[in-house]
Design a protein around this ligand. Structure first.
Ligand code: AHG
Ligand code: MN
Ligand code: MN
Length: 282
C-alpha cells in the first residue's frame, strides 16, 4: 500500500503544477458520463496512469475519464478507482479542486475498499489517507515537495455546516423540507460546487452534512460510486461519521457498471440519521 500512496503523492505534485500552469479550457471529447472533458481532466488522468504503472501491486485502473477499466499488471493485488480531477470546471475561477482514489481488492463494490485517499489543491495542497490501521490522517505538501503529517481527522457527533448539492428546482419535496429544517436549526451554508473541498471543510470543521440527492432530472444523482462516493464514504466512516444513499449504508452498495451513480449523503452521525429518518418516511 505504501507504494500506492507514494504514487499518489507524485501524481499530486505533477497535477498541482498542471493546474497552476496549463490552459483551463475544454477538449473536444466527452467522458462516459457525458461530461465534456477539460484538457486538465485528460492530463491529470494520464499523469495518474503513468505513476500507477510504476507500482506492481496495482492490477487495474478504473477512471472517471476512461470508458473501461485498464489492466496494468494481471498479478497485482489492488484495483484503483479514481477521479483524476474532481470539480475541474472550477479551475478557471481559481476555486479548489481535488483528486479522489479508492483502493479496492477483488471488485469495485463498497465493501471491497481497503483504503481511500483524496488530495485538495487549494491555497495549500493537502492529502488525506483513510485506512483500517490508522484512521484518517491529513498531510500537507511543503516547499520541498514533501508531504508532512499534520493531524488526524475525527468528526463530532453533530456539526454546524450544510452543503446541499443538486439543482434545487428538481429536488423532491421531502428533500427540500429536510434541507430547510436543517437551516432552521442554525446550520450555515458552505457549498463551493467541488465535493473535495466541500467534504474536506466538513471534516476539518468537525461535522455537518453534504448531500447530492436523486432529483427529478437525475433520479440516481450525479456522483459516481466507484470514483467519488465510495472513497468518501470510507473516509467519513473512518472519521466517526457516516454515509447513506437515504436508505442504505453507501458502502453496502455494488455498482453494476463502474460509471454508475447514486444519491449520497455524507456527514456526522446526527445529520446522517436525520437524512435516514426523512428518506425512510418517503
Ligand atoms: P467532476 O468535476 O469530476 O465531473 O465532478 C464534480 C462534482 C462534484 O465535485 C460536485 O459536488 C458536483 O459535481 C457538482 O455538480 P453540479 O454543479 O452539476 O450540481
Ligand atoms: Mn468528480
Ligand atoms: Mn473529474
Amino acid at each position: 500500500m505504501k507504494e500506492i500512496y507514494e504514487a499518489i503523492e507524485r501524481s499530486a505534485i505533477r497535477i498541482r503544477h498542471a493546474i497552476e500552469n496549463d490552459d483551463t479550457g475544454y477538449s473536444d471529447n466527452a467522458n462516459k458520463t457525458g461530461d465534456i472533458q477539460l484538457k486538465l481532466d485528460i492530463k491529470s488522468d494520464l499523469i495518474i496512469e503513468e505513476e500507477f504503472a510504476k507500482v506492481n501491486t496495482v492490477k487495474e485502473l478504473a477512471s472517471e475519464e476512461k470508458d473501461n477499466v485498464e489492466v496494468l499488471n494481471p498479478d497485482g493485488r489492488y484495483l484503483i478507482g479514481y477521479d483524476p480531477l474532481d470539480g475541474s470546471s472550477l479551475a478557471d475561477v481559481n476555486l479548489s479542486v481535488g483528486s479522489i482514489f479508492g483502493i479496492y481488492e477483488d471488485d469495485y463494490s463498497g465493501n471491497s475498499l481497503k483504503s481511500a485517499v483524496y488530495v485538495v489543491y487549494g491555497p495549500r495542497v493537502e492529502m488525506v489517507i483513510a485506512s483500517e490501521e490508522n484512521g484518517v490522517e491529513m498531510f500537507r505538501l511543503d516547499s520541498n515537495n514533501k508531504f508532512n503529517f499534520i493531524q488526524k481527522l475525527q468528526l463530532n457527533e453533530r456539526g454546524k455546516l450544510n452543503a446541499p448539492g443538486g439543482t434545487q428546482k428538481n429536488w423532491e419535496p421531502h428533500h427540500k423540507e429536510m434541507i430547510d429544517d436543517i437551516f432552521k436549526d442554525g446550520y450555515r451554508l458552505r457549498y463551493s460546487g467541488g465535493m473535495v473541498p466541500d467534504l474536506h471543510q466538513i471534516l476539518i470543521k468537525g461535522g455537518g452534512l453534504f448531500s447530492y440527492p436523486g432529483t427529478s432530472d437525475v433520479p440516481k444523482g450525479k456522483l459516481r460510486m466507484t470514483f467519488e462516493v465510495f472513497p468518501f464514504a470510507f473516509v467519513f466512516e473512518k472519521a466517526g461519521g457516516a454515509a447513506t444513499d437515504g436508505c442504505h449504508r453507501v458502502l453496502d452498495l455494488t455498482p453494476a457498471h463502474i460509471h454508475d451513480t447514486t444519491p449520497c449523503f455524507f456527514g456526522s452521525k446526527n445529520e446522517v440519521d436525520r437524512v435516514k429518518v426523512c428518506y425512510e418516511r418517503n
